[in-house]
Design a protein around this ligand. Structure first.
Ligand SMILES: Cc1cc2nc3c(=O)[nH]c(=O)nc-3n(C[C@H](O)[C@H](O)[C@H](O)COP(=O)(O)OP(=O)(O)OC[C@H]3O[C@@H](n4cnc5c(N)ncnc54)[C@H](O)[C@@H]3O)c2cc1C
Length: 397
C-alpha cells in the first residue's frame, strides 16, 4: 500500500513523537505519527517532569489535564540508603513554580502519554497509525519515503525520528553502539495503601543513594499509586552475557541492598521482579539532521535517567523545533537551526547524567564524606545547580 501525502512523518509515538506532532499541528501543518506497537501507550511506571518540560505542556494547552492526574510534590529529597539520614532537600511547590514559571510534577507514564495522545487524536492535522515498524527511510530531496516491516509505504515532505534509544532513523546519521552502564532498574507503581505507612512523607520525591545503587520513590495518579525505581550495578555483568537476563537478577538486587536501612528494605520488598530494565545510553553525536530528516528525543540523545531529564529534553526538543518551524521558511532550515541549538544543550545534559551517576553511586569513603558534607550544607532554596537543567525556556532562546 502506498500512502501519498504532503505530511511531515514522525517515526515513533512515544512522549517525544506525540509532543512534536502537537507542535507541528499548532503550526497548522499536517503530520503522521507511525508507531510500531499495535497500540499507542507507555510502561506502567512513573515519570518526573521538571519545569523545562511542564513549561512546554503549558504552552501546548494540556496542563489542566495534567493537573487532574499528576502529583505536585513538596520537596526533592536525597537520602542515605544505609544510614537513613536526610542528606539534602530542594524546595518545590510555589517557590519553585515562581522561579521557573511552571511546576514540578510526578505522574504515571501512561497518564502522561494518554493526555498527549488524546490531544493528538483531537487534532485535525494529526494522523496516528499503529503497527508501523519503520524499517527503511529514504530522502529523495523532493520527497521522503518511509517503509514499514508490513510493507506499508508512506510518503511525505520530511521525517522526524522520535523512535527512541534503538532508533532506526538514527542509523541514517551514525552507526554507533549503545553504551551498557552495567546497571539495571526494576520499577513499577503499586496501590499506595498496599505499602502501608512506612514510606515517609507522601508529598516528597525521595532518592535514596549508596555505593553502586539507588532507589527513587514518589506517588502518582493523585497519590493512589506509589512509584518505585530500584537501580543497582550488577557485579555479574560481563559483555558475553549482556544480551541475556543472567546479570542484574532480582537475587542480586537483594544482595546489593543488604544492610540498607529499614525504609529501603521495606521498599525493596514491594518492587516487582518480573521485568528488569538494563540501563543504556549513547555518546553524544554532532549531527542530528541531514536534508529532510531530523532526530528528536532519545533517538537523538539517549541518556541515563539519573537527572530525570530524558523526557524533559524531548519536550525541549519539540518546543524548540516547533518554534523554528514557525520562524523559518522551510522545514530544512528549521531542522538546521534546531540542531544548532539543541545538540550542545542535550549533549550537556546527557553527559551530566553520567557525572551525576558517578556522584550518587560513589564508593570511596573519602568521596562519600566530601559529597555528603557538601549536600548537607546546601540550603533547600539553593537552586544554583538545578537552574541549568530546569531553567531552560525555549521562548528565551
Ligand atoms: C528507569 C527510567 C526512569 C526514567 N525517568 C525519567 C524521569 O523521571 N523524567 C524524565 O524526563 N525522563 C525519564 N526517563 C527517560 C525517558 O523515559 C525517556 O527519555 C523518554 O521516554 C524518551 O521519549 P522518546 O519519545 O524520545 O522515546 P521512547 O519513549 O523510547 O519512544 C519511542 C517510541 O518509538 C517507537 N518505535 C521504536 N522504534 C520504532 C520503529 N522502528 N518504527 C516505529 N516506531 C518505533 C516505540 O515503540 C516508542 O513508542 C527515564 C528512563 C528510564 C529508563
Amino acid at each position: 500500500m502506498m500512502v501519498m501525502n504532503e505530511k511531515i512523518i514522525v517515526v515513533g509515538g512515544g512522549i517525544g513523537g506525540l509532543t512534536i506532532a502537537l507542535g507541528i499541528a499548532k503550526e497548522k501543518k499536517s503530520v503522521i505519527v507511525l508507531e510500531q506497537a499495535p497500540e499507542f501507550g507507555e510502561v506502567g511506571a512513573g515519570i518526573q517532569l521538571a519545569a523545562n518540560a511542564t513549561n512546554v505542556l503549558q504552552d501546548l494547552g494540556v496542563m489542566d489535564k495534567i493537573k487532574e492526574i499528576g502529583v505536585f510534590p513538596n520537596r526533592l529529597v536525597l537520602m542515605d540508603a544505609f544510614s537513613g539520614e536526610e542528606l539534602s532537600a530542594l524546595q518545590l511547590g510555589e517557590v519553585y513554580e515562581k522561579r521557573y514559571g511552571a511546576p514540578y510534577v510526578v505522574l504515571h507514564r501512561s497518564d502522561l502519554h494518554k493526555v498527549l495522545y488524546d490531544a493528538c487524536a483531537e487534532s485535525e492535522y494529526i494522523e496516528l497509525v499503529t503497527n508501523q515498524q519503520v524499517k527503511n527511510v529514504v530522502d529523495e530531496g523532493e520527497r521522503v519515503i518511509v517503509t514499514s516491516a508490513n510493507g506499508d509505504v508512506h510518503e511525505g515532505t520530511s521525517i522526524i525520528g522520535a523512535d527512541g534509544i534503538w532508533s532506526e532513523v538514527r542509523k541514517q546519521f551514525v552507526q554507533d553502539e549503545a553504551v551498557c552502564s552495567e546497571y539495571v532498574a526494576y520499577r513499577g507503581a503499586i496501590p499506595t495503601k498496599e505499602i502501608g505507612n512506612d514510606i515517609g512523607n507522601l508529598d516528597d520525591v525521595y532518592m535514596w543513594i549508596g555505593p553502586n545503587l539507588h532507589l527513587v520513590q514518589y506517588p502518582v495518579r493523585k497519590g493512589e499509586l506509589y512509584n518505585q525505581v530500584v537501580v543497582f550495578k550488577s557485579e555479574s555483568y560481563r559483555p558475553e552475557i549482556e544480551q541475556t537476563d543472567q546479570w542484574g537478577t532480582p537475587e542480586e538486587m537483594d544482595t546489593v541492598f543488604t544492610g540498607t536501612c529499614d525504609r529501603v528494605q521495606h521498599a525493596i520488598s514491594f518492587i516487582q521482579r518480573q521485568r528488569r530494565w538494563p540501563m543504556y545510553d549513547r555518546n553524544p553525536i554532532d549531527t542530528w539532521t541531514k536534508g529532510n530528516i531530523a532526530l528528536l528525543g532519545d533517538a537523538a540523545h539517549p541518556m541515563l535517567q539519573y537527572l530525570a531529564q530524558g523526557a524533559c529534553q524531548a519536550f525541549e526538543d519539540a518546543a524548540y523545533l516547533t518554534q523554528q518551524m514557525k520562524e523559518k521558511a522551510t522545514v530544512q532550515d528549521a531542522f538546521e537551526a534546531y540542531a544548532e541549538e539543541r545538540i550542545p544543550r542535550a549533549s550537556f545534559v546527557q553527559t551530566s547524567a553520567r557525572v551525576w551517576g558517578e556522584i550518587i553511586h560513589a564508593e570511596a569513603p573519602e568521596t562519600i564524606l566530601l559529597r555528603d558534607t557538601i549536600m548537607k550544607s546546601r540550603d533547600s532554596l539553593d537552586f544554583t545547580y538545578i537552574d541549568q537543567f530546569h531553567g531552560y525556556k525555549v521562548e528565551e532562546k
